[in-house]
Design a protein around this ligand. Structure first.
Ligand code: ARG
Length: 415
């Protein structure tokens, strides 16, 4: 007999898995379940989720458009740090989880629920992210993770459960489930099935939102992105809200086959996993942001940012968005963006987004300093001589010791 729970708020996509979870929660805990479906720009009709939840007897159905909040409060702050996990992953799933958890917790508090539930499996990172975020936001809430609690062990048993409870099963879900897909405005992530073998090349149909770079337009497209204090604010002179801006970059990047990554990552829960990611707009944004930072950030500031970035990325990957250390790093990152404003021109062409020009009212770039022509006199070539001499001093000591050691051993020099 399950413990007594009064009301549960479930993160509900309307898909087969969460529909089964909904039914299972109602049966197991004999209580009201409120559903929360987030419109994160996953490009999926969300109204069918309402109809399905209604059919399963849910009275309080929440479908919320969180696209602006997602990009403004989660994606943009993360992009200020040029965040990449393990050098390649733009964290499209990782950054959406704390937002979903925040809404689940808020709804739970509003409706007086004592638990929240999610459909993440017991093997992935997402369970950790939902639950650590919920712990940080409301430690009193109970969290139910059906995949870790029920005795459904396989896809087949899941289908049987659905059949027993008259839950509609889409045709393609009866046989082999295709892939595990997670999509939002930032990315589409595809895992599982044939992709589980990292030695197998991903078939073309894995890619959903980017053109094959070989079939992308033969002409490069030039675009201009404007930044204000580290955040992109316009594309080609058109001011756009954060979500509209990312949508536009996704359209441009998708057309030019930008942002495909096929990688093996180290999950927080211990295993390696292979994933295929498509992050068209995000890939353009990252290149552009690095472009504007290249002229507006001092070297010391830029290098410090680059040092802490992997740490910051791991925090987000590991589900620690709501944590004191992430907030501390965020304060540092946000402070660094004070002068990160200006314009970046990029060329989009067959899978790549290349910065080709940049300018800023707060630029630190001094043409008279760097010029190969005669400069302003602020830089004295003679200073360089002493600078190199002092830097070379220790290298000379090192080289002298090496040559003494070689002669002591009386070994012939390698040819
Ligand atoms: N491995 C990625 C991460 O941990 C994506 C997880 C969700 N994606 C999925 N296809 N189920 O962030």
């Amino acid at each position: 007999m399950a413990e007594k729970i009064g009301k549960i708020v479930l993160s509900y996509s309307g898909g087969l898995d969460t529909s089964i979870i909904l039914k299972w929660l109602q049966e197991t805990y004999q209580c009201e379940v409120v559903t929360f479906t987030a419109d994160l720009g996953q490009d999926e009709e969300l109204e069918p989720a309402r109809a399905k939840a209604e059919r399963l007897g849910v009275r309080d159905i929440r479908i919320v458009d969180v696209r602006e909040e997602f990009v403004r409060d989660f994606v943009f702050p993360m992009f200020r740090a040029n965040t990449l996990y393990e050098g390649q992953y733009l964290l499209g799933s990782s950054i959406a989880r704390p937002l979903i958890a925040k809404h689940l917790v808020n709804i739970a508090n509003e409706v007086g629920a004592d638990a929240i539930a999610h459909g993440a499996t017991g093997k992935g990172n997402d369970q950790v992210r939902f639950e650590l975020a919920a712990n940080a936001l409301d430690p009193s809430l109970r969290i139910i993770a059906p995949w870790r609690e029920w005795d459904i062990q396989s896809r087949t048993q899941l289908i049987e459960y659905a059949e027993r409870h008259q839950i509609a099963i889409p045709r393609d879900k009866r046989g082999e489930a295709p892939f595990s897909i997670d999509a939002n405005l930032l990315h589409t992530s595809t895992e599982g099935k044939i992709l589980e073998d990292p030695s197998v090349i991903a078939p073309p149909h894995v890619y959903q939102r980017t053109a094959d770079p070989r079939h992308a337009p033969d002409e490069p497209e030039t675009i201009v992105i404007c930044f204000e204090k580290g955040d992109a604010v316009s594309v080609n002179g058109r001011a756009l809200t954060p979500a509209a801006l990312l949508t536009e970059l996704n359209r441009l990047g998708g057309r030019h086959g930008i942002g495909r990554v096929d990688l093996v990552e180290n999950r927080f829960v211990g295993m390696k996993s292979r994933g295929v990611y498509e992050t068209p707009g995000g890939t353009i944004l990252l290149a552009a942001h690095r472009g504007i930072e290249s002229i507006t950030l001092d070297r010391g500031a830029a290098h410090l940012k680059d040092e802490i970035m992997p740490r910051y990325a791991a925090l987000i990957y590991n589900g620690l968005w709501f944590s004191p250390e992430r907030e501390m790093l965020q304060a540092l990152i946000d402070h660094s963006q004070t002068h990160v404003s200006g314009e970046v021109t990029l060329s989009l062409y067959k899978g790549s987004a290349t910065v080709i020009a940049r300018s800023s009212p707060g630029s630190l770039y001094q043409m008279d300093l760097v010029t190969f022509e005669e400069g302003s006199g602020a830089y004295d070539h003679h200073d360089a001589e002493g600078f190199i001499k002092l830097n070379g001093l220790r290298l000379k000591s090192w080289a002298a010791r090496n040559s003494r050691a070689r002669s002591d051993r009386r070994e012939p020099d390698p040819v």
